[in-house]
Design a protein around this ligand. Structure first.
Ligand code: TMP
Ligand code: MG
Length: 212
């Protein structure tokens, strides 16, 4: 709290298709903020370390089968179980860089054909991000990057559907970055957006809940 003079941290979410570069950019952002003297942590969803997270992980690695609605609610529960800790961190001045959030929940489940509004419902009341950055890449380009790890959703045809669902979900408040640019260019644009957001939160921008 010392560095932030009692002000709150920012909730920053990176979204995008698998292989869009979110995880690399999240770690670069974390080093950047910590280097500037900010209190910051890197979080990711699903958080596979919890009991619910282990069920999700087993489902994603095709070691278990679950009904589409059931796994949807487990992804949401995995965010709910972290909500109070998330709020505490933010209120005590720690900025959270979050690799995927409710938007992944809605995009991936509605890509399976589940009702869009039904998918949004269990996210109501979770903390609303102060900034959502979408790393924009064509599914074909992401697939070309290789490194699809063989998890359940890591197939071009499904990623195309997810991309369309993200289009429906995104609103004018999202920042979009062309993720096909060199990694340093993406990083530079991200840093600017994130710093602006951290400053706005320090100046007293209030926390709010989904869906705004
Ligand atoms: P990861 O690769 O970022 O660990 O995410 C695992 C997969 O889970 C990824 O394909 C996106 C998907 N996912 C959902 O289907 N719903 C969710 O709520 C989240 C956070 C991720
Ligand atoms: Mg993945």
């Amino acid at each position: 709290r010392d560095h932030n003079n009692g002000s709150r941290g920012a909730l920053i979410v990176l979204e995008g298709l698998d292989r869009s570069g979110k995880s690399s950019q999240c770690s670069r952002l974390l080093s950047y903020l910590v280097g500037l003297g900010h209190s910051a942590e890197l979080w990711r969803f699903p958080d596979r370390s919890t009991g619910v997270g282990k069920i999700i992980s087993s489902y994603l690695s095709n070691n278990s089968q679950l009904d589409d609605h059931t796994i949807h609610m487990l992804f949401s529960a995995n965010r709910w179980e972290k909500r109070s800790l998330m709020e505490n961190k933010l209120e005590t001045g720690t900025t959270l860089i979050v690799d995927r959030y409710s938007y992944s929940g809605v995009a991936f489940s509605s890509a399976k054909g589940l009702h869009f509004e039904w998918c949004k419902a269990p996210e109501i009341g979770l903390l609303a991000p102060d900034l959502v950055v979408y790393l924009d890449i064509l599914p074909e380009k992401a697939a070309e990057r290789g490194g699809y790890g063989g998890e359940r959703y890591e197939h071009l045809e499904f990623q195309k559907k997810v991309a369309r669902c993200y289009q429906v979900l995104r609103d004018s408040s999202w920042e979009i970055i062309d993720a096909c640019q060199p990694i340093e260019d993406v990083e530079k644009q991200l840093k600017g957006m994130v710093l602006d957001c951290v400053m706005a939160c320090q100046k007293g921008k209030p926390l709010s809940n989904l869906w705004p």
